[in-house]
Design a protein around this ligand. Structure first.
Ligand SMILES: Nc1nc2c(ncn2[C@@H]2O[C@H](COP(=O)(O)OP(=O)(O)OP(=O)(O)O)[C@@H](O)[C@H]2O)c(=O)[nH]1
Ligand SMILES: [Mg+2]
Length: 388
């Protein structure tokens, strides 16, 4: 399994479309001898914009595809026809993405970068590569002394830039649990995200993020990570790489699906066993995660058998000094109680529980851009802060 699967930085190249060339043409019509120049101008090249969206969690897509180009403008044609303008390209990036322009500073290949955009708000758009201008057709060169101009101008090239994207979106809450526990369903319910849900394990392959708006006006960023199984720490299932995202959250919500098809099995016992197995994987992964505050949630309360056994399950966890919340992400039962508990737990978090700063929302002015030295290592940028 690729250790770098969860990159929060990616290198890409963007290229705006070149402007179309102007055309050289003369009118040729019956009964119109010496019709004169009629070459039209070239169209504008498309520009490249970035747009911030909130339902995108990682920069994975940019690793799969690293070159982005907007359409060129088309050349002008006869009959004073303008070339078509190239279409703009709008690249969607997760909210919180910082975009750095990378340039080579000297011949030794040392790269330096400068922050060119900080995509803080949803829907925010910035232009990062301007499309080329269309060239002039020969019609524009007509004058009293030059009746048959052969001159035209070429379109200007679209801007091209090397960029490095970096995301600093840190979730407040991480949803963990076995595959199929209902993590994505809960994320969707709480945040209106559109994470894929399906009745088979490992539906979620990369973390999803969503923003939950609370009545108080507060927002919570929630991350749903792929399901864990016993042995995840050794790479079984999808492994535990995703837990890096959880490591930075303030709180974990551990989802336990107690439903078992086997009627002879005890739901409460199963639920505790399943809970313990995941706790074991979490502590194998990191001490930091193991020590995080946790809310244990019993899911799928709408299923008759689960409802019937809920009190038993609750008691079984009580023995471990764990107070569980019962919810149904499908019907919404227990969700508001769960959110209340979430807020209570949140209020107990002290800065000592956190080792990572909060999401940065600073907007840099052109003069106070941080300067960094960059070394590229297998596509993943490692950088020293020179001054910030
Ligand atoms: N009845 C019922 N079904 C649920 C509930 N929550 C989730 N499900 C179902 O359980 C299945 C798994 O849900 P997901 O949300 O995809 O589970 P997940 O934990 O994200 O699964 P992975 O991504 O595979 O780890 C789906 O068929 C859901 O419809 C619930 O509260 N009640
Ligand atoms: Mg899922």
């Amino acid at each position: 399994m690729n250790k770098n699967l969860f990159i929060d930085t990616a290198k890409i190249t963007i290229k705006a479309g070149n402007g179309g060339d102007g055309s050289v043409s003369f009118r040729r019509e019956k009964f119109v001898p010496k019709g004169g120049p009629d070459g039209g101008d070239g169209g504008y090249g498309g520009s490249v914009y970035f747009e911030a969206i909130s339902n995108m969690a990682t920069l994975m897509d940019f690793r799969a595809k690293s070159k982005y180009a907007a359409q060129p403008g088309q050349g002008g044609t006869g009959k004073k026809m303008y070339g078509l303008h190239g279409e703009d390209l709008i690249i969607k990036v997760p909210r919180g993405t910082m975009i750095y322009q990378v340039t080579k500073t000297d011949t030794t290949g040392v790269l330096s970068e400068v922050l060119v955009a900080d995509m803080v708000s949803e829907g925010e758009r910035v232009l990062l590569a301007q499309g080329g201008r269309g060239g002039k057709g020969n019609e524009k060169f007509k004058s009293s002394t030059n009746q048959t101009p052969l001159q035209y101008t070429k379109g200007t090239p679209g801007e091209e830039k090397d960029l490095r994207l970096e995301i600093k979106l840190i979730a407040d809450v991480g949803l963990v649990g076995k595959p199929n526990a209902g993590k994505s369903t809960l994320l969707n319910r709480l945040t209106g995200t559109n994470a894929k849900v399906a009745n088979y394990p490992f539906t979620t392959l990369i973390p999803n993020l969503g923003v939950c708006l609370l009545k108080s006006g507060k927002t919570l960023i929630i991350a749903d990570v792929p399901g864990l199984i016993e042995g995840a720490a050794e790479g079984r299932g999808l492994g535990d790489d995703f837990l890096r995202h959880v490591e930075r959250t303030k709180l974990i919500v551990h989802l336990v699906d107690p439903f078992v098809f086997d009627k002879d099995k005890d739901f409460a016992e199963q639920a505790v066993e399943s809970y313990d197995a995941i706790r074991n994987e979490l502590s194998l992964y990191s001490d930091k995660i193991a020590k995080k505050r946790e809310i244990v949630v019993i899911t799928k309360l709408d299923i008759f058998e689960v409802k019937e056994k809920f009190e038993d399950i609750k008691k079984a966890f009580k023995k471990k000094k764990i107070d569980v919340q019962g919810i149904s992400a499908v019907t919404g039962e227990g969700i508001s109680e769960f959110l209340q508990k979430l807020m209570v737990e949140f209020s107990k978090i002290t800065s000592a529980d956190l080792d990572v700063p909060q999401i940065t929302t600073k907007v840099y002015g052109i003069t106070d851009l941080p300067n960094r030295r960059l070394v590229f290592n297998d596509n993943v940028a490692e950088y020293d802060h020179l001054w910030e």
